[in-house]
Design a protein around this ligand. Structure first.
Ligand code: HEM
Length: 159
């Protein structure tokens, strides 16, 4: 694998964990704000921005990785790819699920901004970001799946 790909794959792998931690904190805050009728603060706003930036960075790295795989250059037909679960996952499922998830996150973030009250902001954040996060969890190539990938990658080293 070219070294630049190994760097991007390492980043994509580790950023997944940062993303998951930020998403969980954001969701906990959103539900607490919603049910605890809290004030929507600058800190809530900042965390949402960090969540969206991390998401966009993952999408960007993912798109570069996708095109660097050179699907067309390998001697495989679309039929071969679609009939092999491990190939189909990265050719079709992974990016489609993640793209849908990031679109929902962006719509949600817009909806949160437009909301008139703090309660509405927290409720919209909780609902939109939960759906998006569930999609992300479902779209990750967890170990054990046909297309499973390591839990942690540090260049050549994997766990
Ligand atoms: C449109 C969005 C995305 C695209 C196009 C994309 C694409 C890819 C590609 C091409 C690979 C590498 C497969 C390989 O080298 O064989 C990959 C691996 C992976 N992706 Fe994505 N990805 C996207 C979004 C995301 C997001 C949002 C996350 C998680 C937050 C994520 C998590 C992962 C993980 C954990 C791996 C395995 C990394 C490893 O092997 O160490 N991806 N992705």
């Amino acid at each position: 694998m070219p070294f630049i790909n190994l760097i991007l794959l390492t980043l994509h792998n580790i950023a997944r964990w940062v993303f998951i931690v930020v998403a969980i904190i954001l969701l906990v805050q959103s539900f607490q704000g919603w049910f605890g009728k809290k004030v929507y603060s600058d800190q809530n706003r900042t965390l949402t921005t960090i969540f969206i930036i991390l998401f966009d960075v993952q999408i960007l790295i993912g798109i570069i990785l996708f095109f660097s795989k050179g699907w067309g250059s390998v001697m495989m037909t679309a039929g071969d790819i679609m009939s092999t679960a491990a190939l189909r996952f990265f050719a079709v499922e992974h990016w489609m699920i993640m793209l849908l998830a990031v679109i929902l996150a962006h719509i949600g973030s817009g909806q949160v901004k437009k909301a008139a009250t703090d309660l509405q902001k927290f409720r919209r954040a909780a609902i939109w970001f939960s759906i998006s996060f569930i999609l992300v969890l479902g779209g990750i190539p967890w170990p054990g799946m046909a297309a499973g990938r390591p839990l942690l990658r540090l260049f050549g080293m994997t766990i």
